[in-house]
Structure formats: C-alpha cells, structure tokens
Design a protein around this ligand. Structure first.
Ligand code: NAY
Length: 294
C-alpha cells in the first residue's frame, strides 16, 4: 500500500482520425511521462483517457500498451470501473494478470444508485479481483456523492486501499484524512494541489501532470517541507496555465501540447462525441504551450 504513494498522470490517449487508438502516439506520451515528467506512476483508463467512450477491447488494448511501454519503471493503476459490473470484473482480472499494481473503479453512474448499491458494486469487485482497489470518487461527473459513513463502510472491505478524491469539498477531505490514516488518499484536482497536500494526501492523480509534472512535483514537495510561500507561487503560475487550458478545451489543448512535446507529425485526435480541436483552438493552444510549457 505504501508503495502506491506519489504523483500520477491520468494518462491521455491520442486517437486516429477514424477513432482507433494511435498506438505510436500513446507510447510516446507514456515515455514523455516517464522520461521528462519524472512521474511516479500512470493512472490508465480514467476520464482523461476518454475511457467512458470506449469499448471493452479498446480498453484492453490501452492497458496492454501502457504496461508494455512502461514495464516496471513506474507504478500503474488501471481504472476499470463502469456501470457494467461483469466488464469491470473481467477488466480487473485482465490488468491484474498483466501486472498492474492496483485497480481503481469509478462509482457506478447514470442510474441514481443508492449507497447499498454502490457498496455492493465494490464488494463484488473486491471478491472477484485479486488486487488492491482504489475507489474513484468524482461526484462532478458521476452525480454520486459519498459521505464519511459511506467511505467508512467501503474502507472495511479487505482489498480497498484508498480513494482517488476528485472533489473540492475540503471539509470532507479533512474528515476522511483524520479518520482513515491507513487509507491512501489521492487528490484529483490539479488546480487544488496546495490545499490537498496541506491536508496530508498521499499523492495526486491528474490530467495536467502529463505536461506540467515537474512544477506539480515542486508544489507537492514545497508544501511537504512547509514552504507554503513557494508552493503558492508555483500553484498560482500553474493555475494560470490550467485556467487557460480549461478555457480552450481541456483534453484538446493538453493533447495538442503533448503532440508538440513528443514531436508527432500526426494529430492527436479526440474520441467522438468529443469535439476535435479547431484552428482557433490550435492557435490558442500554441500560445499556451509557448507561454507555460516550452
Ligand atoms: C481522470 O483521468 O480520471 C482524472 O484524473 C480526474 C482528474 C481530472 N479531472 C477531470 C474531471 O478531468 O486532473 C483533473 C482535471 O482534469 C484537472 O484538475 C483540471 O481541472
């Protein structure tokens, strides 16, 4: 469990124009994360990987490529969750075979599942997949809001080792941290890294670390060594970057920057129904790249 701590990029996935996975581009992004961003691990199959737009075989393909490229150089967490529990279990077994360090599963969404249903979903996964599991809580996108009692019950399940907490509720984060010292808590909002680390999270998982990993590590370390002034300075600059990216289209802009960083002559497309980057967005993405990353 201790070994899983650290800074993870939520892996972005480049697609070809026809919607298939751009394997060469994906390998380059993984290398960029390992060699240049010096990241501790990758979170594969998250929102940032456009995972919820993909079929089962495509998810497997991405899990395989990521493991094949990263080998044992960094830690790998596979997000296998969805509302199809049989697929979740199949993917969980698949990535465990491949050697992933842990699995993660988003709360089941779309239907308004009650707390018992959410609990039973995790219970069933942990009973069937022999790997550590990190709950993926992202109420903003799933509509599933969990309170301290819900977490308490889930954390008693033997294989559950923590939560990827993508929420701006710092009161709940503070309560969770105090109550569950043994559980791993990963912060999910890159723009709120300072307050998350100040609340003693064990790590962070985010999309912007794919291109802003070095600065994010500096923020993490500065808070840890009680240099709040320095941490805030870098967070301020980082958030100028993140705000610009969010205003211009999150995944489109990050993928444009990655395409520039890894020198790919092929465009990194998004998966439909995500929109493709427009000429005006490209121009702004280039400005952002020149200003903050290059
Ligand atoms: C993932 O891919 O599952 C995530 O990392 C979730 C965390 C990201 N949240 C979303 C909604 O994309 O990194 C964050 C986020 O992109 C970043 O903080 C900018 O808001």
């Amino acid at each position: 469990r201790e070994d899983l701590k650290g800074l993870y990029s939520a892996l972005l996935v480049p697609f070809n124009e026809d919607g298939s996975v751009n394997e060469e581009g994906l390998r380059k992004i993984i290398r960029h994360n390992i060699d240049k961003m010096k990241i501790d691990g990758l979170y594969v199959g998250g929102s940032s990987g456009e995972n919820f737009l993909l079929g089962k075989e495509e998810k497997k393909q991405i899990f395989e490529i990521a493991k094949d490229e990263a080998k044992d150089q960094i830690k790998l967490i596979a997000q296998v969750g969805s509302s199809n529990i049989y697929e979740v279990i199949e993917l969980g077994k698949f990535v465990t075979e491949l050697g992933y360090d842990a699995i993660s599963a988003v709360t089941p969404f779309y239907y308004r599942f009650n707390a018992d249903e959410v609990y039973n979903y995790y219970k069933e996964i942990t009973e069937n997949v022999e790997n550590d599991l990190i709950i993926y809580s992202i109420p903003l996108l799933t509509g599933v809001d969990m309170g301290i009692k819900d977490f308490e019950r889930l954390f008693k399940l033997p294989r559950i080792v923590g939560v990827k907490y993508t929420s701006a509720d710092f009161y709940l984060l503070e309560r969770l941290r105090k109550a569950f010292k043994e559980q791993l808590i990963f912060s999910g909002f890159d723009e709120m890294l300072v307050p998350a680390v100040a609340n003693n999270v064990d790590g962070a998982i985010g999309s912007t670390y794919n291109v802003n990993g070095i600065r994010s590590r500096e923020i993490f370390d500065a808070v840890k060594s009680n240099d709040l002034q320095k941490a805030l300075e870098i967070q301020n600059l980082t958030n100028d970057f993140i705000s610009a990216v969010l205003n211009n289209g999150l995944y489109q802009t990050l993928k444009y920057i990655l395409q520039r960083e890894v020198n790919s002559d092929k465009q990194f497309y998004s998966r439909k129904p995500m929109a493709q980057i427009t000429e005006a967005q490209k121009e702004e993405a280039e400005n952002i790249y020149q200003k903050f990353i290059k």
